[in-house]
Design a protein around this ligand. Structure first.
Ligand SMILES: Cc1ncc(COP(=O)(O)O)c(C=O)c1O
Length: 495
């Protein structure tokens, strides 16, 4: 018997009130189709643990086809959903990403840097920035971020340091900026973009932590500051499912094709419709309700900060402090609380919050704990955190301790070979004490403040070794790739 087929055609009118991809998925789910394509769970038709757990969600986990479009060559509902995303974020083009901002950073670097091109980057960039440098063969020129000794973290890069880097490297092709940083600091990106563009330098931005900025009162997102391309983790603060991000770009200095081509190399040919559908829905939510939700949220955060600080035991990272000390603005949805007045480290408080109050913080550092606040939070959930912090202060304070922080020296190590060459060179692992003068094939990260001590291709100096030991002896953590303690992987000298 022939069944009547509901229409699978997308609607003609496209506005921010529509969700073309998600609506197409709904139509497909209701269409009574008999699937002989992958995925093999066939829209959840198995009775399985997964079907019981995920239920109807599985009807959206389907394969590419004409009516649901194809991410690598979008011409239908994915193209429409991407167009709406571009409009919602003030971009000329938007690309859906299904491997997080990580893939967007790789793509932005690979689309703009050929092997040997100079790329100006903050020294405290995310791991994917170094991976992008290795994949592209770019030559990194590091810019030291502003280091905050009081909070024990690094903020954004300063206009002065960008100016200096451009003066010393007039042939630099691209500048990458992290905006905002993980801890919420926002460099003066407008001035930085003007400076870069005046020197024919393309600006690409890691805005993993800034998907919400477009819809936050008084905030300025990276594109509004003049960036050429930016990747935002919609899954972090934009409301979509984990792993889904957006690459947003202007076509003044970059072409859509150059970015699309690299993304075609890096992304899967089986992009998840759950992730892409969630991007369509999250864009709809932000575009239609984002501003008013953030407008309602900010006073709640301000009230929480007042309560936390009134206890006299904590200090919260605030816009006024970041602006007056570092000339940067601040995203107050990152609640960074300095806990050292209690005689406890951020790691201690992080563990207490989890074990005794069942509160999961975003992260801890030596001096601070951090909560990420979004419109999913309520007055009540935020009050639970405030009450727990106040309870910890009255019951567990050990008295003031002074923790001293020695930070990475301002001088940058000598880059002997590009990180890509170091990656492919023959390597050996040796004791760090024997590594002076050798070229690293390893990254040593130090926390706080999360700036690498040495990266692949750099010469290991006596200072690097001394700093490594200092960090091991004090409150610092050193993250290294070589499996065994106090060892480092270096390039073989006489291969
Ligand atoms: C500053 C920064 N950039 C990039 C990323 C990568 O983002 P994603 O997890 O979306 O791949 C992260 C992840 O935490 C990050 O903190």
């Amino acid at each position: 018997m022939k069944q009547s087929m509901p229409s699978l055609a997308p609607p003609m009118v496209l506005t921010q009130e529509s969700m073309p991809l998600f609506e197409a998925l709904q139509r497909y789910g209701r269409s009574n189709v008999t699937p002989f394509d992958v995925p093999g769970h066939k829209m959840g038709m198995y009775t399985s643990v997964m079907q019981q757990a995920f239920g109807n969600v599985l009807q959206f986990d389907v394969n590419s086809m004409k009516e649901l479009d194809l991410l690598s060559h979008p011409q239908g509902v994915i193209a429409q959903a991407q167009t709406l995303a571009a409009q919602a974020f003030g971009a000329d083009e938007a690309f859906f990403l299904v491997n997080g901002t990580t893939i967007g950073i790789l793509a932005m670097i690979m689309a703009t840097c050929a092997p040997g091109d100079e790329l100006l980057v903050p020294r405290n960039g995310h791991k994917s920035v170094m991976d992008g440098i290795i994949l592209s063969g770019a030559r990194p020129v590091f810019i030291q971020p502003e280091v905050d000794l009081h909070f024990g973290i690094a903020h954004g890069i300063s206009v002065e340091n960008v100016k200096k880097a451009i003066a010393q490297h007039p042939d630099a092709k691209v500048l990458l900026v992290t905006y905002p940083t993980y801890f919420g600091a926002m460099s003066d990106l407008t001035t930085i973009c003007e400076l870069a563009h005046a020197n024919d330098i393309i600006v690409i931005v890691d805005s993993a932590h800034g998907a919400h900025l477009t819809y936050m009162p008084q905030a300025k997102d990276a594109l509004a500051c003049g960036a050429d391309a930016v990747t935002v983790s919609m899954h972090k603060t934009g409301g979509s499912l984990t792993q889904s991000s957006l690459l947003l770009m202007q076509t003044t200095r970059l072409t859509k094709e150059s970015v699309q081509k690299v993304l075609g190399m890096l992304q899967t040919t089986s992009a998840s419709y759950l992730l892409m559908g969630s991007l369509d829905m999250a864009r709809y939510e932000l575009a239609n309700f984002g501003y008013e939700r953030y407008e309602a949220l900010l006073p709640v955060i301000k009230a929480a900060i007042t309560q936390i600080e009134a206890s006299g035991h904590y200090e919260v990272l605030k816009e006024s402090y970041v602006t007056s000390n570092f000339s940067q603005s601040y995203d107050m949805t990152k609640l960074v609380v300095r806990v050292n007045h209690l005689g406890l480290t951020g790691f201690d408080v992080y563990t207490m919050l989890k074990q005794q109050y069942n509160i999961q913080m975003e992260l801890a550092e030596g001096y601070v704990v951090m909560a990420v606040i979004t419109p999913a939070d309520t007055k009540e959930s935020i009050q639970r955190l405030v009450d727990a912090l106040l309870h910890i202060a009255t019951h567990y304070a050990k008295g003031m301790t002074v923790l001293s922080l020695h930070v990475t020296p301002d001088e940058v190590n000598e880059l002997v070979v590009c990180p890509r060459e170091a990656y492919y060179a023959p390597q050996e692992t040796i004791a760090i004490d024997d590594a002076e003068g050798r070229v690293s094939a390893d990254t040593l990260m130090i926390y706080p403040p999360g700036i690498p001590l040495v990266i692949p291709g750099e010469k290991i100096s006596r200072d690097v070794i001394a700093m490594y030991h200092y960090y091991n002896k004090t409150i610092g953590n050193v993250l290294m790739e070589a499996g065994s303690a106090h060892h480092i992987t270096v390039i073989k000298e006489h291969a």
